[in-house]
Design a protein around this ligand. Structure first.
Ligand SMILES: C[S@@+](CC[C@H](N)C(=O)[O-])C[C@H]1O[C@@H](n2cnc3c(N)ncnc32)[C@H](O)[C@@H]1O
Length: 249
């Protein structure tokens, strides 16, 4: 299998532990607004701006490496982590095609990841992933991530669903053809898909949970990290959370 052939590719857990792992087990793309390389390159450029340097990077929930391969030229060493074998299969192909020899991949989740690390990272990032974790899991993730963060390192969570804007986006408020009838139609479709997915015991869509930025900030502060949040450039209903250690006086 392509995934297995990847240099230093490690496998650290077996079988879906939760509904999200089941949901992603056969997915092959990260659900970006557009799948064109032109759009992915623009998204990656915005993210690289916020990552703001560093030499080593861990991308948690790297998916099919749609962003990771754009990060590669800017870093010495990168590690992509994901719990979906199909995503990592695509990632492996993409990494080979683009000859990104500085990327390793690990099949692991937010809990099993840490037991495979033997060095610190300058940047620990996740794009469009934190919405699949509960607040407790985010808390545990930040605690662990700060153990593996270089002194001047940063933890950067990109594209978290903002509970204040997501409902408006779902109603189509940001769409060019916004209107009351369209909004009612969307509510109806959403209701129908909620019922169907509840009956089938699977997630309603790829979007996951919304997380209030102030709650994430509280968790960050608890772990002695400062956090600022900013609006995502390409997704009106998402924000980025940028964390770093509080400087000593
Ligand atoms: C929406 S996709 C984004 C992929 C990638 N970051 C990107 O922007 O192209 C979310 C990814 O996170 C992974 N994921 C979600 N929860 C995870 C967890 N607890 N542990 C590891 N991977 C996870 C999924 O398998 C999926 O590949």
């Amino acid at each position: 299998m392509e995934v297995e052939s990847r240099k230093k590719m490690k496998k650290t857990h077996m079988g879906p532990k939760n509904t999200w792992e089941g949901f992603f087990k056969d997915k092959t793309h990260g659900g970006h607004r557009y799948s064109s390389e032109e759009f992915l390159a623009m998204e990656a450029r915005e993210k690289l701006f916020h990552l703001d340097g560093g030499k080593t990077l861990l991308d948690f929930g790297c998916g099919s490496a749609e962003l990771l391969t754009y990060y590669a030229p800017e870093y010495d060493q990168l590690l992509g982590v994901d719990f979906s074998p199909s995503m990592l299969g695509e990632a492996s192909k993409r990494i080979s095609q683009r000859k990104c020899n500085n990327i390793d991949l690990i099949l692991a989740d937010h809990e099993t990841l840490w037991e495979n690390l033997d060095s610190n990272f300058d940047r620990i990032t996740a794009a469009g992933v934190i919405q699949y974790l509960t607040f407790q899991e985010i808390d545990d993730f930040i605690a662990k991530a700060s153990e593996y963060l270089s002194t001047d390192g940063k933890i950067v969570f990109f594209d978290i669903l903002d509970p204040r804007l997501y409902p408006l986006w779902k109603l189509g408020v940001f769409a060019p053809n916004a209107g009351l009838l369209k909004a009612l139609y969307r509510v109806g479709c959403d209701f129908q898909s909620s019922i169907l997915s509840a009956l089938k015991n699977r997630p309603r869509n790829i979007y996951g949970f919304t997380h209030n930025p102030y709650k994430i900030q509280k968790i960050a502060n608890k772990h002695d990290l400062e956090m600022r949040y900013i609006q995502s450039m390409y997704y009106e209903y998402k924000y980025h959370a940028i964390m770093g250690r509080v400087p000593e006086l």
